[in-house]
Ligand binder design. Structure first.
Ligand SMILES: [Zn+2]
Length: 179
């Protein structure tokens, strides 16, 4: 896995799946909400779309994890119509399903063919997470591309914030349903 910065409008992809390196691929539009990061400050999120070469399996993989996340998140909602008294469901089980939902969502995020980690609006450059080393090498052959270090501090904060929100949400749903 490599982190690469390069001009958003001039990316020359190798003709293979950008995630697994398989020759069989199709062009698909990859869209993410990306932090716009200028020389001065983090400004805001911006929706960035890039055409990427990706195989069918890699394009679909994240859907499995996001569906699993939704399922775990919905467990308390599913139990109620089934006649289960939520007050009798151990809190640990509800918390465990919340944690499982977060883990699945994070794995889903990591299962995306690429991740667009930053966008520099001044220089119109994107920072990409590229999982496949051969694809990364091919991208680094682009003029103006460079390999960079990527710090995960903000990601850690996001995970902690997301976990807190999810657990609070589950607790709120559980308390609503139990009345
Ligand atoms: Zn693939």
């Amino acid at each position: 896995m490599k982190f690469i910065e390069l001009p958003a409008q001039r990316i020359t992809w190798p003709s293979r799946c950008c995630r697994c390196g398989k020759a069989d691929h199709a062009w698909r539009t990859h869209t993410e909400n990306v932090v716009a990061w200028t020389a001065l400050a983090v400004t805001r999120y911006r929706r960035i779309s890039l055409p990427i070469p990706v195989c069918g399996d890699c394009a679909r993989k994240r859907m499995f994890w996001f569906a699993a996340a939704a399922l775990f998140f919905g467990i308390p909602l599913l139990l109620h119509p089934l006649g289960v008294d939520l007050e009798k469901v151990p809190t640990a089980l509800i918390l465990a399903s919340a944690v499982a939902a977060i883990v699945c969502a994070l794995v889903g995020q990591r299962s995306m063919p690429i991740n667009i980690l930053r966008f520099d609006p001044d220089r119109k450059r994107v920072r990409l997470r590229i999982h496949h080393d051969d694809v990364a090498r091919a991208l680094l052959a682009n003029p103006d591309s460079e390999e960079v270090e990527h710090r995960h501090v903000r990601r850690g904060l996001l995970i902690a914030g997301g976990a807190t929100l999810a657990i609070a949400g589950i607790a709120a749903i559980a308390s609503l349903l139990s009345h």
